[in-house]
Each structure stands twice: as C-alpha cells, then as structure tokens.
Design a protein around this ligand. Sequence first.
Ligand code: HEM
Length: 510
Amino acid sequence: MATNASNTLYAALRTLPVQLPDQVTGGSVWYTVGAVVASLLVLEQLVYRTKKGHLPGPRWTIPIIGKFADSRSPTLEKYIESWKSGALSAVSVFNIFIVMSATNEYSRKIFNSPKYAEPCLVASAKQVLCPDNWVFLNGKAHVEYRRILNTLFTRKALSIYLQTQDAITRQHFARWLIESELSSKPGTLMNPIRDLNMVTSLRVFCGSHIPDHAIATITEKYWVITCALQLVNFPLAIPGTATYRAIQARKEAMVWLEAAAASSKRAMAEGKDVECLLDAWVMEINEARKQGKMDREFSDREMALVVLSFLFASQDAMSSGLIYFLQHLADHPDVLAKVREEQERVRGGDFERPTTLEMLDAMPYIKACVKETLRLRPPVTMVPYKATRPFPISEDYTVPKNTIIIPSLYPSVMDEEVYPEPEKFLPDRWLDPESPANANPQQYLVFGSGPHRCIGVEYVMMHMSVVGGVAACLLDWTHHVTPDSEKTQMIATIFPKDGCIVSFRPRKHD
Ligand code: HEM
C-alpha cells in the first residue's frame, strides 16, 4: 500500500547499483556522476511505482518531466481516455504525483473530505491572487469567512444585481448588432462574451464605484491573469513570464478595487442606495455590528481581494457556459422556439421590460436549458485538490500525503444511467421532477460539492438565463458550424475549438 511507500523505498535503495570508488580521480569522476544520476533516475521510478501501487496509469514515468508534454496541450479527449482507464488512475508530472478520480463516488469523497484534502490552485495562484486572499483559507477560518460571503447571494441581493445584468446585456447586444452589420465576416463569440461578462461582473460587484475607463483597463488586462492561471504554467515571476505579467495586471486592478471598496463605504455612510455587491456587503457588516453579531471590520484590501477572487472564479467559467449556451440554442431551433415562446408569454410581448426575479421564477424552460448546457459542456471538468495527509480513499488504496488529487466532474455528468443519451442536448430531462436527472442531484457535480462548492451557483443560473433569454427576444443569430465546433479546447475551462463563429441580426417580431 502507498502508506508503506517510505519503507519500501529505503529497502529498494539498499539494492541500488551505487559504488563510490576509494579515490575519486579522472574517469572515475564521470563514473561517480553517472552512477549518482542513474541512481536518482531509478529512485524516481521506484517512488512513482510505490506511490502508484496497483492503480492504472503508465508503469514507468518519463524521467524528470513525466507527462509534462501532455499537460502542456491538454485535450478533453486525452482526459476521457484516462478516466476510462479506472475509477482512480495515476500519473506524474515533474515528479508531482497526481491521482485522478473518474467516478461520482470518489469525486464526491474528495470534495467532502476536508480532513484529508483541500483545494489546491495552480502554483502561480498565490502570487497572482495574493497569499492573504480568502480563497486560500481552509477549515474553520474558511467556514466563517464563507458564512459572511453567502449573505451576498441572497434573493434580495440577487434582485439588485439582476437590474445591472439586464441593462448591460442589452447594451452589449446593441453593440454586437452594429458590429455585425459593419463587418462582412462572422466572428467568434470568445471576445464579445468575455467583455460582456467582465463588464457585468465589475458593475455587479462594484457598481458606479469604479469609473468606465478603469473597467476598460481591467477588462483588457484580465486576460493576462487568466493565461497565468492555467493548469500548467511556469510559476516563477520573472519579467517576461505570464506569471509576472499577471502580477502587474493584478496590482493595477487592485488599486481600482480598493478604491471602489472605500467609495462604497462612504456612500453607505451617506445613506445612498445599495446598488452593487460591495454596497450590500457594507450594509450587511454595519447591520451585524449594530446587532452585536460581528466584532470585526473588513478593510478595503480584504474586500477588494474578495472581488478579485470572484472575478477569477467566475470569468472563465461563465464565458465558457454562455458561449456553449448560445451555440446549443442556435444548433437546436426547436429548443430556441420553446425558449422564445416562454419569453413572449412571461414578458407579455414587451421585450424592452427589464427582467425581474419574478419573471425568472416563471421561466422553468430556460432554466432547464441552462442546466442542460452546463451538464453537456461543464466549464470546469476537474478541480485540483491536495492530500494534506495519507487519505484512505478506498479499501485497497491510500493516497499518499502531498499528492495532487483531482476529482473529475465530467464523467459524472456523462453517466448514461442518470442522463440517458448523455451526448445529446435534451433540456426536457430537467422538467420532470421524477426524471433520473432530478432524482440524482448528487450526480450533477458542475459546481463541485462540499465546503468549497461554488458560491455563485444562483448568480450563474440568473446570469445565463438573462443573457440567453434577452438574446432569444432581441437577436437572431446563426452559428457557422465548422469541423472544430464539437471539438474542445481547454484553456482553464473548456471552449469550442473554433471559438463559436456566429453572425447576428436584429430579431424581427411578427
Ligand atoms: C458557469 C459558471 C461557474 C462554474 C461552472 C463554476 C464552478 C465552480 C467549481 C467547480 C468550483 C469548485 C468547487 C469545489 O471545490 O467543490 C467553484 C468554486 C468557486 N466559485 Fe464558481 N463557478 C462558476 C461561476 C462562479 C461565479 C459567477 C462566482 C462568483 C460570483 C463563483 C465563485 C466561486 C468561488 C468563490 C469558489 C470557491 C469557493 C470556496 O472555496 O469556498 N463561481 N466554482
């Protein structure tokens, strides 16, 4: 078993072919160096094989780099192959031992075992997001911080954000229509959706406490941060590296985010209306302190770091979700027709009326489409965790301490017993409360599970319903299908390999 790794290793070491000569001279230096290198390479293989135990995975690891080449250009297809190889499988990259789970049972066990494993962001994350960011908390400190942040996603708070989301979505659609008319060629959805999400997030989080030109700067710079936080990256912040550029971008963003927090505190003290997440938070803190339920302050920096963490957690996943959503609706005209029918009914034919929570409550069909799109193309296909101690994950395998252990989400949402015809976009599977999809909520791991489950679930459902719903009302769009439309590229999350090429026209109503 892997827990006996060190004993086995020492036993094996005693048998290594290392003989140091009495006098190290001339050619014998080379002999010694060669013997040491050879011993280290053998040792590397022994450590790998001992940790791996009986798990599927390559029997030998490529010296030093392991599966580095594969991890530089990850594809969903390669991951699907390794998930098929076993419920748990192992690889090594640069001597970092990695165990991946492919079943729902093991993935949920990892998510829900904070005693043994905790989230482990990529190596550069602490430098980019700052080591004192709340996202790096675990255990009791995390639970307490998260309890406060949960209050930012209540129905009351969401109804404030919704007005902003609806207004910004309409502004962007108006711009897309002008750009589409001016351009002779259809373009990909990647940048338009990223911009829409970034502006929406910054306005929802910071309201008017951040000027327009700062939103433009942060939106432009944020891509640099996304690139530095991909699964595999050179982690040293040396000028010229992605990590270095991301740190510079973060510093610039933090200046504006801290100023926004300070401005929100002033506005709330002056009795102004709550218009964004920062305002809602300031009011929440003031109220809790007044009632004696809280005895701490949140500094401008702490609040700015939370906004930064929300941007980091949401930007890429939300872009992936929305791009696939518009792609699926365009590829399934029957589904789009039903979405339009629901929109027309709920909005009473008035497409200019801003969306309200009550309207969304009356739109089960679009919510089913959102759930289905996130199931079929889950933006986050896996989440890296780290074993903080030997983790007895099954009766016959204990994950060694410090292993990167990755609960995979994709195989769960592709399980054909729970989701018959899993490769098809079938929103109706969510409409029957008795359907296997609804009867097995534990299978839907799109947002993770356990203490670190995504905090933004309701916000995501709302945002995707607004963008998809308003698009169905105001836009006609054509998806220009290419051989790469159904292939995926993995950035931090997944996207259509061709970026989803579309053209827009204003929708004509009868
Ligand atoms: C389609 C969009 C999104 C998807 C698919 C998604 C998915 C996920 C997943 C899989 C996790 C890891 C959960 C775990 O370890 O159990 C996560 C964590 C998180 N998400 Fe999301 N997310 C999305 C959007 C958002 C948004 C909009 C926000 C903020 C407003 C957000 C904030 C967070 C935060 C803060 C965490 C870490 C929570 C913690 O450690 O306590 N996410 N998300």
